[in-house]
Design a protein around this ligand. Structure first.
Ligand SMILES: Cc1cc2nc3c(=O)[nH]c(=O)nc-3n(C[C@H](O)[C@H](O)[C@H](O)COP(=O)(O)O)c2cc1C
Length: 718
């Protein structure tokens, strides 16, 4: 029991049932007029039902449409927005959560200003061009979507005049008072992440020579005036606080923690009832995953702690903080509240499950960045592991209801699609039986869990859910037509996974060449039995011992042990630079292998959400992995791989690399075989997941979820 995290808290006069806050997240579910309607309410209500003490809304434009990042951003700039906002706070309050509105003006990234032909408000004209020095690692389609979201046109800039600043302060005060009338319990001023207040706070963006530029006292003046005006407009007992950056990465002269400590003190003196501590980095490239959407666990904890040491008001910490780490931070006096963002998209009931001692039931975030990638394209949020997110109005209640037509369902395949289908179907009252041809559940997710730890948590969660829901599981058994004839289910869900076509590259059949299945078998000990991958006796001995001890069934132990031992040579060539090839390259590079990745296209890891792609590609380049694009493999021989590389004009050059092992990650394709074999049997067949076309974790889980819901339409056949 995490007693510190779950203990009540107070911000000013606001009492909170626990110290867990839903971090502000621009989910862009609203229509293009910034108004709150049912889908937005249902999204927040689900998080309130989930037990968080405090919900901080997505950035909400105090000056909508001016300064908004998107037309889908919520607005609170006039009384027209009141009815929706009122309905929102009422519904949240019904579940015992408190709700603060995050007020924002996006300054230099106010995309809606550019779309509407307004100039972007900034403290000063920038002294350098924003941009990225390294490769962009974006597809043409992604770049097109980003350009369209940014308004298509060229942004223009307007240096804020004293009059602009007075107006801004007044607009925020009016918005705060309006939010109070709408029933919000508090206001958070967004003074982080490169938006207008943080541009004033940052010496890298603020070059003003008036009383708003120069010293930290001057740079924080706009924020302090706004805090004071919001307090004056709402009355002293109404909590108002700010979110600030404690660090601005990637800017030589940017905000640093000592500067932020002083800003926090000044903000508290100006009336801030709490300080919420985030960080910032330029948003294109790997910087984005350094801050604010940090990839490192507890990545900003030290910043929160540094600020906590200097102010007496509560400090809200954020940044990939697990409940356990958050509990320790509160215990050790490093923070007072813990805000969680992505985890609350993955499982809005995280807080309730913790409070009810059901932490094993918490669906884990896999930090794949699918959610936040959508914001770059001005699309509403998506969660790869929770298909309900952003669709609460249609799906949340329905997924909880028992099915009106309980059925017996056979599921062929215990990978992520099959497991999710089994979980949802069983929880809705269907009788579910899984047939999995391997000796363990997980399918491709088991291998994905070996190379990327958060996937292991997802697999563990799916497995424990289906087991505790009483799903019948047959391991080592492929579903056959005879089983269907004998068991006479109402429905068969085919989730048998993708087919791997054999590689046509000459030399693919050499013993040191593996495909994904071969590698999986090798790591799990099955390879020793295979005639193709002949191993030295030492390898055979170690793998045999590992299998006997059960180590090879456990992705976590394998990950650890593989740092010391792997039956693979020092120089490895991976053919295919998609998601699988790149995750594998990272895994191997971390285990000190010299890795080269040959990819026919120009962009690597295209199937990853681009922020995660930025992070992984950055990390593997740093680790010395050689990424070779536009490369066509011609032949694999015993010691090397021959390939040709095309330049931008299409001129090719022949090259070769030495390799002790070659891993081919290509050849995954839809696999309609099993569904075809079952056709003609008198039962409904639903095919989902990779066997219908490779869709990775997000596609598998979404398919599994919807297949389980579609069982209600009993008579329908597919
Ligand atoms: C989809 C998404 C949207 C976000 N939008 C906002 C926002 O509107 N305002 C804000 O201050 N931070 C925003 N953030 C940052 C989060 O509040 C949080 O600081 C960040 O995700 C790190 O916390 P986490 O590791 O628990 O996700 C957003 C994050 C995500 C994932």
């Amino acid at each position: 029991m995490l007693k510190h995290l779950l203990s009540p808290a107070r911000i000013g006069g606001l009492e909170l049932r626990n110290r867990i806050a839903v971090a502000p997240m621009g989910v862009e579910i609203a229509e293009a007029d910034g108004k709150v309607r049912e889908p937005v309410i249902a999204y927040y209500e689900e998080r309130a039902r989930g037990g968080a003490g405090l919900i901080i809304t997505e950035n909400t434009s105090a000056t909508y449409p001016r300064g908004a990042n998107s037309a889908h951003e919520l607005g609170v700039s006039s009384d027209e927005f009141l009815p929706g906002l009122q309905a929102l706070t009422e519904r949240v309050h019904q579940h015992g959560s408190r709700i603060a509105i995050q007020l924002a003006h996006h300054g230099k990234v106010g995309r809606l200003d550019t779309q509407d032909g307004r100039a972007l408000l900034m403290p000063s004209a920038p002294r350098k061009k924003p941009g990225l020095s390294g490769p962009l690692d974006l597809s043409r389609e992604e770049m097109g979507l980003m350009a369209a979201a940014a308004g298509g046109g060229r942004p223009t800039i307007r240096e804020a005049t004293a009059e602009d600043l007075r107006e801004l302060v007044n607009d925020f005060a009016a918005a705060a008072e309006r939010a109070q009338r709408a029933g919000f319990d508090a206001v958070e001023i967004h003074a982080a992440h490169g938006y207008i207040f943080s541009e004033f706070l940052s010496p890298a963006w603020n070059f003003r020579e008036d009383e708003y530029g120069g010293s930290v006292e001057n740079r924080s003046r706009l924020l302090r005036e706004t805090l004071a005006a919001c307090k004056a407009a709402t009355g002293l007992s109404f909590p108002v606080w700010c979110r600030i950056d404690a660090m601005e990465y990637g800017e030589e002269t940017g905000i640093r923690p000592d500067d932020a400590q002083r800003t926090a003190e000044l903000a508290a003196e100006a009336g801030a009832d709490a300080i919420h501590v985030s960080a910032y980095a330029p948003p294109l490239g790997a910087g984005f995953t350094q801050a604010p959407i940090v990839h490192a666990e507890s990545g900003f904890a030290a910043f929160a702690s540094a600020i906590k040491a200097r102010v007496s008001v509560p400090v809200i910490a954020v940044g990939r903080i697990s409940p356990e780490a958050g509990d320790r931070m509160i215990r050790d006096g490093q923070a007072d509240l813990i805000a969680m963002g992505r985890q609350m998209l993955a499982d809005p009931a995280t807080a309730r499950k913790l409070a009810e001692n059901r932490s094993a039931q918490i669906r884990p975030c896999i930090y794949c960045y699918t959610c936040v990638a959508q914001a770059f394209f001005d699309r509403s949020v998506r969660c790869a592991v929770n298909p309900i997110t952003a669709h609460e109005a249609e799906l949340a209640e329905r997924s909880r209801e028992k099915s009106p037509h309980p059925q017996h369902v056979l599921i062929a395949g215990g990978g992520p699609a099959g497991l999710e289908a089994a979980r949802v179907a069983a929880s809705r009252g269907h009788r579910v039986t899984i047939f999995e041809k391997d000796a363990q559940l997980g399918g491709t997710l088991r291998f994905a869990a070996l190379v990327y730890e958060p996937n292991e948590r997802l697999l563990g969660w799916l497995e424990s859910e289906v087991r505790s829901l009483g799903v019948e599981i047959h391991l080592g058994r492929e579903l056959r037509s005879e089983d269907v004839q004998e068991l006479k289910p109402d429905c068969v869900i085919v989730a048998a996974g993708a087919r791997r076509d054999p590689s046509a590259i000459p030399g693919s059949d050499l013993p040191h060449v593996l495909d994904g299945d071969g590698l999986r078998n090798l790591m799990s000990g099955e390879g020793e039995r295979s005639s193709k991958n002949r191993m030295a006796w030492t390898d055979r001995f170690i793998i045999g011992a590992g299998r006997m001890l059960g180590i090879l069934n456990n992705p976590g132990q394998l990950r650890t042990l593989s740092h010391r031992y792997m039956p693979l040579g020092d120089q490895i060539v991976i053919v295919g630079g998609g998601l699988v090839g790149i995750e594998l390259a990272e895994f191997l590079a971390e285990r000190k292998r010299k890795v080269s990745v040959l990819e026919e296209g120009e962009i690597f890891a295209l199937e990853m959400a681009h922020p995660r792609r930025w992070r992984v590609l950055h990390d593997i380049r740093e680790a010395g992995v050689d990424l070779i694009g536009r490369a066509r493999v011609e032949r694999i021989s015993e010691h090397e791989v021959e390939f040709s590389v095309a330049d931008a004009e299409g001129k090719t050059e022949k090259r070769h690399i030495e390799a002790q092992n070659v891993i081919i990650t290509l050849g995954l394709a839809a696999n309609p075989g099993l569904a075809a074999r079952l056709e003609g049997l008198e039962t409904r067949i639903i095919s989902i997941g990779d066997c219908t076309g490779v869709g990775y974790i997000e596609g598998a889980i979404r398919d599994g979820f919807h297949a389980a819901l579609s069982l209600d339409d009993k008579m329908q056949t597919e």
